[in-house]
Design a protein around this ligand. Structure first.
Ligand code: OSB
Ligand code: MG
Length: 381
Protein backbone atom coordinates (compact mmCIF):
# COMPACT_ATOMS: atom_id res chain seq x y z
CA UNK A 1 0.00 0.00 0.00
CA UNK A 2 1.66 3.25 -1.06
CA UNK A 3 1.82 6.30 1.17
CA UNK A 4 1.07 9.62 -0.54
CA UNK A 5 2.02 12.69 1.50
CA UNK A 6 -0.66 15.39 1.55
CA UNK A 7 0.56 18.14 3.88
CA UNK A 8 3.03 19.11 6.57
CA UNK A 9 2.07 21.15 9.61
CA UNK A 10 5.02 22.82 11.33
CA UNK A 11 3.92 23.43 14.91
CA UNK A 12 6.29 25.34 17.16
CA UNK A 13 5.63 24.82 20.87
CA UNK A 14 6.93 26.46 23.99
CA UNK A 15 7.30 24.14 26.97
CA UNK A 16 8.69 25.48 30.26
CA UNK A 17 11.53 23.42 31.75
CA UNK A 18 11.19 22.26 35.37
CA UNK A 19 14.55 23.92 36.06
CA UNK A 20 16.98 26.00 33.98
CA UNK A 21 19.45 23.88 31.96
CA UNK A 22 22.86 25.57 31.80
CA UNK A 23 25.64 24.49 29.44
CA UNK A 24 28.81 26.16 28.21
CA UNK A 25 26.72 27.68 25.37
CA UNK A 26 24.03 29.27 27.53
CA UNK A 27 21.00 28.73 29.75
CA UNK A 28 17.72 27.26 28.54
CA UNK A 29 14.63 27.98 30.65
CA UNK A 30 12.17 26.56 28.16
CA UNK A 31 12.24 24.34 25.12
CA UNK A 32 10.71 25.32 21.79
CA UNK A 33 10.40 22.09 19.81
CA UNK A 34 8.97 22.25 16.32
CA UNK A 35 6.70 19.32 15.63
CA UNK A 36 6.19 18.13 12.09
CA UNK A 37 2.78 16.61 11.53
CA UNK A 38 2.41 14.86 8.19
CA UNK A 39 -0.91 13.84 6.73
CA UNK A 40 -0.73 11.04 4.20
CA UNK A 41 -3.22 9.15 2.07
CA UNK A 42 -2.91 5.37 2.22
CA UNK A 43 -5.51 4.02 -0.17
CA UNK A 44 -8.79 5.46 1.10
CA UNK A 45 -7.38 6.08 4.60
CA UNK A 46 -5.64 9.13 6.01
CA UNK A 47 -2.65 8.45 8.26
CA UNK A 48 -0.92 10.97 10.53
CA UNK A 49 2.78 10.87 11.38
CA UNK A 50 4.71 13.02 13.85
CA UNK A 51 8.31 14.19 13.88
CA UNK A 52 10.21 16.53 16.19
CA UNK A 53 12.88 19.03 15.20
CA UNK A 54 15.62 19.35 17.83
CA UNK A 55 17.11 22.63 16.57
CA UNK A 56 17.56 25.19 19.35
CA UNK A 57 16.17 28.72 18.90
CA UNK A 58 19.68 30.06 18.32
CA UNK A 59 22.68 28.52 16.50
CA UNK A 60 24.73 27.94 19.66
CA UNK A 61 24.95 24.12 19.69
CA UNK A 62 25.26 23.74 15.92
CA UNK A 63 24.66 26.11 12.99
CA UNK A 64 21.00 25.15 12.77
CA UNK A 65 18.26 27.15 14.50
CA UNK A 66 14.53 26.86 14.86
CA UNK A 67 13.26 29.47 12.41
CA UNK A 68 15.90 28.42 9.88
CA UNK A 69 14.73 24.82 10.13
CA UNK A 70 11.12 25.88 9.60
CA UNK A 71 12.08 28.01 6.62
CA UNK A 72 14.20 25.33 4.93
CA UNK A 73 11.41 22.78 5.33
CA UNK A 74 8.89 25.17 3.74
CA UNK A 75 11.13 26.53 0.99
CA UNK A 76 13.30 23.54 0.03
CA UNK A 77 12.46 20.23 1.71
CA UNK A 78 8.70 20.21 1.11
CA UNK A 79 9.04 21.25 -2.56
CA UNK A 80 11.60 18.47 -3.11
CA UNK A 81 9.19 15.90 -1.69
CA UNK A 82 6.30 17.36 -3.67
CA UNK A 83 8.20 17.14 -6.93
CA UNK A 84 9.30 13.57 -6.17
CA UNK A 85 5.67 12.59 -5.70
CA UNK A 86 4.67 14.44 -8.87
CA UNK A 87 7.23 12.30 -10.73
CA UNK A 88 5.60 9.19 -9.32
CA UNK A 89 8.20 8.48 -6.61
CA UNK A 90 6.79 7.29 -3.30
CA UNK A 91 8.49 9.17 -0.45
CA UNK A 92 9.60 6.79 2.30
CA UNK A 93 11.91 6.96 5.29
CA UNK A 94 14.29 4.77 3.29
CA UNK A 95 14.61 7.17 0.33
CA UNK A 96 13.92 10.59 1.87
CA UNK A 97 17.63 11.08 2.67
CA UNK A 98 18.58 10.52 -0.98
CA UNK A 99 15.74 12.73 -2.22
CA UNK A 100 16.97 15.57 0.03
CA UNK A 101 20.69 15.07 -0.63
CA UNK A 102 20.86 17.98 -3.14
CA UNK A 103 19.97 20.31 -0.23
CA UNK A 104 23.24 20.70 1.67
CA UNK A 105 23.27 20.47 5.45
CA UNK A 106 20.15 21.28 7.49
CA UNK A 107 20.25 17.87 9.05
CA UNK A 108 17.96 18.63 11.99
CA UNK A 109 15.30 19.94 9.62
CA UNK A 110 15.63 16.87 7.38
CA UNK A 111 15.56 14.55 10.38
CA UNK A 112 12.28 16.01 11.63
CA UNK A 113 10.63 15.46 8.24
CA UNK A 114 12.08 11.95 7.93
CA UNK A 115 10.67 11.16 11.37
CA UNK A 116 7.16 12.25 10.40
CA UNK A 117 7.31 10.21 7.17
CA UNK A 118 8.62 7.19 9.07
CA UNK A 119 5.95 7.43 11.77
CA UNK A 120 3.21 7.69 9.11
CA UNK A 121 4.56 4.82 7.03
CA UNK A 122 4.89 2.57 10.07
CA UNK A 123 1.37 3.44 11.24
CA UNK A 124 0.08 2.67 7.74
CA UNK A 125 1.43 -0.87 8.13
CA UNK A 126 0.66 -1.11 11.87
CA UNK A 127 4.31 -1.65 12.70
CA UNK A 128 6.45 -0.27 15.52
CA UNK A 129 9.71 1.65 15.03
CA UNK A 130 11.42 -0.89 17.29
CA UNK A 131 10.32 -3.70 14.98
CA UNK A 132 11.46 -1.74 11.91
CA UNK A 133 14.90 -1.36 13.55
CA UNK A 134 14.98 -5.04 14.48
CA UNK A 135 15.18 -4.13 18.16
CA UNK A 136 14.10 -6.91 20.49
CA UNK A 137 15.18 -5.24 23.76
CA UNK A 138 12.25 -4.06 25.86
CA UNK A 139 13.93 -1.25 27.77
CA UNK A 140 17.02 0.99 27.80
CA UNK A 141 19.21 2.15 30.69
CA UNK A 142 18.51 5.76 31.57
CA UNK A 143 21.17 8.41 32.14
CA UNK A 144 20.72 12.03 33.15
CA UNK A 145 22.50 15.16 31.93
CA UNK A 146 23.13 17.67 34.73
CA UNK A 147 23.58 21.33 33.85
CA UNK A 148 26.19 23.70 35.28
CA UNK A 149 25.02 24.79 38.75
CA UNK A 150 25.62 27.97 40.76
CA UNK A 151 27.65 26.13 43.43
CA UNK A 152 29.09 22.73 44.29
CA UNK A 153 26.62 22.18 47.19
CA UNK A 154 23.73 22.84 44.79
CA UNK A 155 25.24 20.38 42.32
CA UNK A 156 25.50 17.69 45.00
CA UNK A 157 21.82 18.23 45.88
CA UNK A 158 20.75 17.94 42.26
CA UNK A 159 22.88 14.84 41.56
CA UNK A 160 21.71 13.24 44.83
CA UNK A 161 18.11 13.78 43.77
CA UNK A 162 18.63 12.10 40.38
CA UNK A 163 20.46 9.16 41.94
CA UNK A 164 17.58 8.74 44.41
CA UNK A 165 15.21 8.63 41.43
CA UNK A 166 17.22 5.72 40.03
CA UNK A 167 19.23 7.13 37.11
CA UNK A 168 21.93 4.68 36.09
CA UNK A 169 24.52 7.18 34.89
CA UNK A 170 25.24 10.84 35.54
CA UNK A 171 26.68 13.31 33.03
CA UNK A 172 27.98 16.64 34.28
CA UNK A 173 28.18 19.62 31.98
CA UNK A 174 31.61 21.26 32.34
CA UNK A 175 33.39 24.41 31.16
CA UNK A 176 36.61 26.18 32.18
CA UNK A 177 36.12 27.14 35.84
CA UNK A 178 33.55 24.37 36.42
CA UNK A 179 35.29 21.06 35.87
CA UNK A 180 37.81 19.44 38.25
CA UNK A 181 36.20 20.66 41.49
CA UNK A 182 32.59 19.66 40.72
CA UNK A 183 33.76 16.28 39.38
CA UNK A 184 35.88 15.69 42.48
CA UNK A 185 32.98 16.67 44.76
CA UNK A 186 30.54 14.30 43.00
CA UNK A 187 33.07 11.44 43.14
CA UNK A 188 33.78 12.05 46.81
CA UNK A 189 30.10 12.24 47.78
CA UNK A 190 28.62 9.50 45.61
CA UNK A 191 31.53 7.08 45.18
CA UNK A 192 31.78 4.70 42.28
CA UNK A 193 28.75 5.80 40.20
CA UNK A 194 28.92 5.73 36.37
CA UNK A 195 30.01 9.32 35.70
CA UNK A 196 30.94 11.27 32.56
CA UNK A 197 31.37 14.92 31.52
CA UNK A 198 30.32 17.03 28.52
CA UNK A 199 32.19 20.21 27.55
CA UNK A 200 30.21 21.23 24.44
CA UNK A 201 33.41 22.48 22.73
CA UNK A 202 34.48 24.76 25.63
CA UNK A 203 38.22 23.86 25.63
CA UNK A 204 41.32 24.23 23.43
CA UNK A 205 44.03 21.71 22.72
CA UNK A 206 46.30 23.80 24.95
CA UNK A 207 44.05 22.82 27.88
CA UNK A 208 45.24 19.20 27.62
CA UNK A 209 47.31 19.39 30.81
CA UNK A 210 44.34 20.79 32.71
CA UNK A 211 41.93 18.19 31.30
CA UNK A 212 44.42 15.47 32.29
CA UNK A 213 43.50 16.27 35.91
CA UNK A 214 40.14 14.63 35.19
CA UNK A 215 41.96 11.32 34.63
CA UNK A 216 42.06 10.92 38.42
CA UNK A 217 38.27 10.43 38.58
CA UNK A 218 37.79 7.34 36.41
CA UNK A 219 35.20 8.96 34.14
CA UNK A 220 33.40 6.89 31.49
CA UNK A 221 34.24 9.56 28.93
CA UNK A 222 34.73 13.25 28.19
CA UNK A 223 32.30 14.47 25.54
CA UNK A 224 33.27 17.02 22.87
CA UNK A 225 36.07 18.92 24.65
CA UNK A 226 37.17 20.83 21.48
CA UNK A 227 35.46 22.54 18.54
CA UNK A 228 33.18 20.70 16.08
CA UNK A 229 35.59 20.66 13.16
CA UNK A 230 38.70 19.74 15.16
CA UNK A 231 38.85 16.00 14.48
CA UNK A 232 42.63 16.05 14.22
CA UNK A 233 43.03 18.06 17.40
CA UNK A 234 40.69 15.67 19.23
CA UNK A 235 42.94 12.80 18.15
CA UNK A 236 45.96 14.65 19.55
CA UNK A 237 44.12 15.39 22.78
CA UNK A 238 42.92 11.80 23.11
CA UNK A 239 46.55 10.62 23.13
CA UNK A 240 47.22 12.88 26.12
CA UNK A 241 44.26 11.71 28.20
CA UNK A 242 43.36 8.45 29.89
CA UNK A 243 39.68 9.47 29.93
CA UNK A 244 38.15 8.26 26.64
CA UNK A 245 37.15 11.06 24.26
CA UNK A 246 33.59 10.85 22.92
CA UNK A 247 32.43 13.15 20.12
CA UNK A 248 28.98 14.70 19.86
CA UNK A 249 28.94 17.94 17.79
CA UNK A 250 31.68 16.69 15.41
CA UNK A 251 29.79 13.60 14.27
CA UNK A 252 27.33 14.70 11.60
CA UNK A 253 27.21 11.52 9.47
CA UNK A 254 28.37 7.91 9.27
CA UNK A 255 31.31 9.23 7.19
CA UNK A 256 32.48 11.64 9.89
CA UNK A 257 32.05 8.83 12.42
CA UNK A 258 34.31 6.59 10.31
CA UNK A 259 36.88 9.39 9.99
CA UNK A 260 36.83 10.15 13.72
CA UNK A 261 37.34 6.46 14.51
CA UNK A 262 40.16 6.09 11.98
CA UNK A 263 41.93 9.17 13.40
CA UNK A 264 41.61 7.96 16.98
CA UNK A 265 39.54 11.06 17.78
CA UNK A 266 36.50 9.30 19.25
CA UNK A 267 36.81 6.10 21.29
CA UNK A 268 33.07 6.29 21.97
CA UNK A 269 30.34 8.03 19.94
CA UNK A 270 27.29 10.01 21.01
CA UNK A 271 24.54 9.30 18.45
CA UNK A 272 21.95 12.07 18.09
CA UNK A 273 19.54 11.42 15.23
CA UNK A 274 18.79 15.12 14.63
CA UNK A 275 22.48 16.00 14.39
CA UNK A 276 23.16 13.35 11.72
CA UNK A 277 20.04 13.96 9.60
CA UNK A 278 17.67 11.33 10.95
CA UNK A 279 17.20 7.85 12.33
CA UNK A 280 18.30 6.11 9.12
CA UNK A 281 21.69 7.84 9.28
CA UNK A 282 21.79 7.33 13.07
CA UNK A 283 21.55 3.60 12.46
CA UNK A 284 24.42 3.87 9.95
CA UNK A 285 26.55 5.63 12.58
CA UNK A 286 25.72 2.80 14.97
CA UNK A 287 26.64 0.21 12.33
CA UNK A 288 29.98 1.84 11.47
CA UNK A 289 30.91 2.18 15.14
CA UNK A 290 29.89 -1.38 15.91
CA UNK A 291 31.94 -2.71 13.01
CA UNK A 292 34.97 -1.01 14.61
CA UNK A 293 34.16 -2.11 18.15
CA UNK A 294 33.41 1.48 19.17
CA UNK A 295 30.64 1.77 21.80
CA UNK A 296 27.81 4.24 21.14
CA UNK A 297 25.13 5.82 23.30
CA UNK A 298 22.06 7.86 22.47
CA UNK A 299 22.34 11.59 23.09
CA UNK A 300 19.40 13.85 23.84
CA UNK A 301 18.17 17.32 22.92
CA UNK A 302 15.49 17.73 25.63
CA UNK A 303 13.03 15.92 23.39
CA UNK A 304 9.31 15.76 24.02
CA UNK A 305 7.75 12.32 24.22
CA UNK A 306 7.88 12.03 20.42
CA UNK A 307 11.65 12.24 20.08
CA UNK A 308 12.13 10.46 23.40
CA UNK A 309 10.07 7.49 22.15
CA UNK A 310 12.15 7.24 18.99
CA UNK A 311 15.42 7.58 20.92
CA UNK A 312 14.39 4.83 23.33
CA UNK A 313 13.85 2.43 20.42
CA UNK A 314 17.12 3.42 18.72
CA UNK A 315 18.93 2.89 22.02
CA UNK A 316 17.77 -0.72 21.92
CA UNK A 317 20.18 -1.54 19.05
CA UNK A 318 23.02 -3.79 20.25
CA UNK A 319 25.87 -1.26 19.84
CA UNK A 320 24.27 1.10 22.37
CA UNK A 321 26.19 -0.35 25.29
CA UNK A 322 26.33 2.80 27.45
CA UNK A 323 23.29 4.47 29.07
CA UNK A 324 21.86 7.27 26.94
CA UNK A 325 20.62 10.77 27.73
CA UNK A 326 17.17 9.19 27.66
CA UNK A 327 15.74 10.44 30.93
CA UNK A 328 12.22 10.32 32.27
CA UNK A 329 10.00 13.08 30.84
CA UNK A 330 9.80 14.76 34.27
CA UNK A 331 13.55 15.45 34.16
CA UNK A 332 12.59 18.34 31.86
CA UNK A 333 8.80 18.74 31.78
CA UNK A 334 6.11 18.97 34.39
CA UNK A 335 3.67 18.03 31.64
CA UNK A 336 4.85 16.50 28.36
CA UNK A 337 2.71 16.47 25.21
CA UNK A 338 2.56 12.65 25.25
CA UNK A 339 2.05 10.22 28.11
CA UNK A 340 5.23 10.65 30.17
CA UNK A 341 8.19 8.29 30.03
CA UNK A 342 9.00 7.08 33.53
CA UNK A 343 11.90 5.17 35.07
CA UNK A 344 11.17 1.62 36.08
CA UNK A 345 12.41 0.43 39.47
CA UNK A 346 15.82 -0.39 38.00
CA UNK A 347 16.35 2.94 36.24
CA UNK A 348 15.32 1.87 32.73
CA UNK A 349 12.91 3.42 30.20
CA UNK A 350 10.52 1.11 28.33
CA UNK A 351 10.82 0.94 24.53
CA UNK A 352 7.40 1.67 23.01
CA UNK A 353 5.87 -1.17 21.00
CA UNK A 354 2.80 0.53 19.47
CA UNK A 355 2.53 1.50 15.78
CA UNK A 356 5.02 4.13 14.57
CA UNK A 357 6.95 5.65 17.45
CA UNK A 358 4.22 4.31 19.70
CA UNK A 359 3.19 7.60 21.31
CA UNK A 360 0.22 9.91 20.74
CA UNK A 361 0.61 13.66 21.18
CA UNK A 362 -2.29 15.07 23.19
CA UNK A 363 -3.98 17.52 20.81
CA UNK A 364 -5.14 19.81 23.65
CA UNK A 365 -1.67 20.04 25.16
CA UNK A 366 -0.13 20.67 21.74
CA UNK A 367 -2.67 23.43 21.10
CA UNK A 368 -2.05 24.95 24.54
CA UNK A 369 1.73 25.05 24.02
CA UNK A 370 1.65 26.20 20.39
CA UNK A 371 3.30 29.54 19.57
CA UNK A 372 3.45 29.23 15.79
CA UNK A 373 1.85 27.09 13.09
CA UNK A 374 2.50 26.87 9.39
CA UNK A 375 0.91 24.51 6.88
CA UNK A 376 2.73 23.34 3.76
CA UNK A 377 0.75 21.60 1.05
CA UNK A 378 2.41 18.56 -0.53
CA UNK A 379 -0.31 17.26 -2.78
CA UNK A 380 -0.07 19.54 -5.82
CA UNK A 381 2.85 19.76 -8.21
O1 OSB B 1 25.54 18.30 24.28
O2 OSB B 1 24.45 16.57 24.77
C1 OSB B 1 24.49 17.78 24.58
C2 OSB B 1 21.06 19.19 25.38
C3 OSB B 1 20.95 20.19 24.44
C4 OSB B 1 22.00 20.43 23.59
C5 OSB B 1 23.17 19.65 23.67
C6 OSB B 1 23.26 18.65 24.62
C7 OSB B 1 22.22 18.42 25.50
C8 OSB B 1 22.32 17.40 26.55
C9 OSB B 1 21.29 16.32 26.66
O3 OSB B 1 23.23 17.35 27.33
C10 OSB B 1 20.12 16.61 27.52
C11 OSB B 1 19.03 15.57 27.37
O4 OSB B 1 18.26 15.61 26.39
O5 OSB B 1 18.92 14.71 28.24
MG1 MG C 1 26.95 16.74 24.15
Amino acid sequence: MTVHLLSLDLLTLRLPLVSPFRTSFGVQTDRTPMLVRVEAAVGARTVIGWGECVALPRPVYSSEFLDGARQIIASEIAPALRSAQTSGIEVTAENVGDLLAPIRGHRMAKAAVEMAVLDAQLRASDRSFASWLGVTATRVASGVSVGIQDSVPMLLDVVGGYLAEGYRRVKLKIEPGWDVEPVRAVRERFGDIPLQVDANTAYRLGDAAHLRRLDAFDLLLIEQPLADEDLRQHSLLARQLQTPVCLDESIVSAETAADAIALGASAIINVKPGRVGGYVEARRVHDVARAHGVPVWCGGMLETGIGRAANAALGGLPGFTLPGDISASDRFYREDITAPFVLDDEGFIAIPRGPGFGVEPDEDRVAAAQIHAQRVDLSHG
